[in-house]
Design a protein around this ligand. Structure first.
Ligand code: AMP
Length: 282
């Protein structure tokens, strides 16, 4: 496995690989890798000749007062997880190279970024699409893999790739969870042991809604109450949103059906956690 920090070197590597007819897959990350990231890398390994992952904590997707400075970082641990998951190249550029003095170009997906995390984190998706577009131009992959844990992000990236004719295949991968159901996330590292237990309220809320939906409750108002009731059992949990949307358009729905996305964002102390499920799917 090789670590590349230089943008030019990464582009030269990818150009050479492409001219040899090799298929490149790409897994963008912000590092502090866990088995959720590893599942994307292993699938990338299966699908291509060369697996590139990026480790870049992207400043433009963090709002003022968010956790950019505190975001956990551990390059040595990341290297061993990436290598064990079949990664060939870690691309780890410096922020000053990605956004040099005078930088002023941004990519904005307009409608899909309005609800959910877009509403509570203004400017977040503009940062995400901009950095992913830049990373695509640098790594030049044939295929890129994203987790459904960040469901809206995946939808926004698919839209960008289609709208801007990027010609990259986007693959969404299922949410990987801890044994007790908590969705894996680098941000779980912020949780104290007590908060780690409290954080299970997200998965419990998703499960309670799925059970109610399966028993025939389709009214979103009632299903939302079920979710909120489950979360409110944890007094420290503050709901940012609990929304039911069409999984393709992310438009709000009033009646649930197969393909309805239930998306949650909940604060446990200062840690904001997200999770989701698609009703009517495994
Ligand atoms: P991040 O480093 O949090 O920006 O995540 C990098 C990629 O890994 C994104 O495509 C995420 O959706 C994906 N990812 C993060 N956590 C999980 C998880 N628990 N299961 C599946 N994919 C994940």
């Amino acid at each position: 496995m090789r670590i590349i920090e230089s943008i030019q070197e990464m582009q030269a590597f990818s150009n050479a690989a492409r001219s040899e007819g090799r298929r490149i897959s790409f897994v963008p990350t912000m590092g502090y890798l866990h088995q959720g990231h590893a599942s994307l890398m292993r699938e990338a390994r299966r699908l291509s000749d060369i697996v590139v992952t990026s480790i870049f904590v992207n400043p433009t997707q963090f709002g003022a007062g968010e956790d950019f400075d505190a975001y956990p970082r551990d390059m040595e641990r990341d290297k061993s997880i990436a290598e064990a998951s079949g990664v060939d190249i870690i691309f780890a550029p410096k922020a000053s190279a990605m956004y040099p003095r005078g930088y002023e170009t941004y990519v904005d997906v307009e409608r899909l970024t309005l609800p959910l995390c877009g509403a509570s984190r203004p400017g977040h998706f503009r940062g995400v699409t901009t950095v992913v577009c830049k990373l695509f131009n640098i790594v030049m992959p044939h295929i890129a893999l994203f987790g459904e844990k960040d469901f809206q992000q995946l939808a926004v990236i698919r839209r960008m790739v289609e709208d801007l004719n990027m010609g990259i295949e986007i693959l969404g991968m299922p949410i990987v969870r801890e044994e007790d159901g908590l969705a894996m996330s680098s941000r779980n590292a912020y949780l104290s042991p007590v908060q780690r237990q409290e954080a299970l309220c997200l998965k419990r809320a998703l499960d309670a809604v799925r059970t109610s939906y399966m028993s025939g409750e389709l009214r979103v108002a009632a299903l939302r109450e079920t979710a909120l009731a489950e979360i409110s059992k944890v007094s420290s949990a503050v709901v940012d949103y609990a929304e039911f949307c069409d999984k393709h358009t992310l438009d709000e729905v009033l009646t649930a059906g197969a393909g309805t996305l239930l998306a949650l964002a909940v604060r446990i102390g200062t840690t904001r956690l997200i999770d989701n499920t698609i009703l009517g799917e495994e």
